[in-house]
Ligand binder design. Structure first.
Ligand SMILES: NC(=O)c1ccc[n+]([C@@H]2O[C@H](COP(=O)([O-])OP(=O)(O)OC[C@H]3O[C@@H](n4cnc5c(N)ncnc54)[C@H](O)[C@@H]3O)[C@@H](O)[C@H]2O)c1
Length: 268
């Protein structure tokens, strides 16, 4: 049983489902989210602790880790789950404009939340875990970090970076008892893809309500926790992703041609 767990982005979607699952298992869960109200609601429901946190602020993250360890207990599991994606702007993959989201630069937002926040968390927590002889680090990337997200270059690139960074953690600290996992889901019914449940989902495409094998957040959370506890590094909540990776690495140029064809079909 996990004693103390921190889940970033715990106020909604996959993070909220992870908080619920870990609390059911008996963990003391710290629900950390930039949205204070959402974090408070989840914490009240599960008997956990809510903390307002912008994961891209390293000093705030350090303070949270310090405070949790001194007032609640040693963090046994840290899940860097918060993530953002905005879609390419009008100028496509090189876009810097905010579009429908009031942000100056979607590239920096994706970089800071999807990548650097995971670096900050690892920097804050791993030295403490090493002293104690173990712990769990779980980073949520995406299937877009192994394959690609058509229509979102910043999301795809930063999720690839998240996978690469998490590989380094697993290679560096696996011998010291730190269990490191990276989570690479395809579509999950959350706000991120415009839905909180999958009642209107249809099979087949990508994005909106037409998605390839969409899963509910609670199903995904169970797979993540079960496989992390087994010590698995690569957590593929959608098994078809393993086949897609094999096709990609088996013949990269053929895969790119296939993705171009898929993109053309989406544009129709
Ligand atoms: N939903 C999908 O289809 C899908 C697929 C693959 C990967 N993912 C990844 O799963 C993770 C969870 O996403 P989700 O689908 O549950 O989306 P979501 O939008 O429902 O939840 C994301 C949570 O992160 C929080 N958050 C955003 N920026 C933050 C910040 N700076 N500091 C702290 N919290 C912040 C949000 O408030 C929200 O509670 C993300 O990393 C996402 O990229 C999602």
């Amino acid at each position: 049983m996990i004693s103390v767990a921190v889940v970033t982005g715990g106020g909604h979607g996959i993070g909220r489902a992870l908080c619920r699952r870990l609390a059911r298992d008996g963990a003391k869960v710290v629900v950390a989210d930039i949205e204070a109200d959402a974090a408070a609601k989840v914490a009240t429901e599960i008997g956990g602790v809510a903390r307002q946190l912008d994961v891209s602020d390293e000093s705030a993250l350090n303070l949270l880790v310090e405070e949790v360890e001194s007032t609640i207990g040693p963090i046994e599991m840290f899940i860097s789950n918060a993530g953002v994606g905005f879609g390419d702007g009008r100028s496509g993959a090189v876009s810097a404009e905010g579009g429908m989201h009031a942000i100056d630069d979607r590239w920096s937002a994706c970089w800071n939340v999807n990548v650097m926040a995971q670096v900050y968390a690892a920097r804050a927590v791993i030295p403490r875990m090493l002293q104690r002889g173990g712990g769990y680090i779980i980073n949520t990337a995406s299937a877009a970090g192994l394959l690609s997200q058509i229509g979102d270059a910043a999301y795809s690139a930063t999720k690839h970076a998240s996978v690469g960074f998490t590989e380094s953690l697993a290679i560096n600290y696996g011998d010291d008892g730190i269990k490191v996992s990276v989570v690479c889901p395809q579509a999950v019914a959350t706000r991120m893809i415009g839905m909180e449940d999958d009642s209107n989902a249809t099979e087949g495409g990508f994005g909106g309500n037409e998605v390839d094998g969409i899963l509910q957040a609670d199903v995904v959370a169970d797979i993540i926790v079960d496989q992390a506890l087994e010590g698995r590094f690569m957590i593929l909540t959608h098994p078809q992703v393993a086949t897609y990776i094999q096709r990609k690495t088996g013949d990269y140029d053929r895969w790119i041609a296939g993705m171009r064809k898929f993109r053309r079909s989406l544009a129709k």
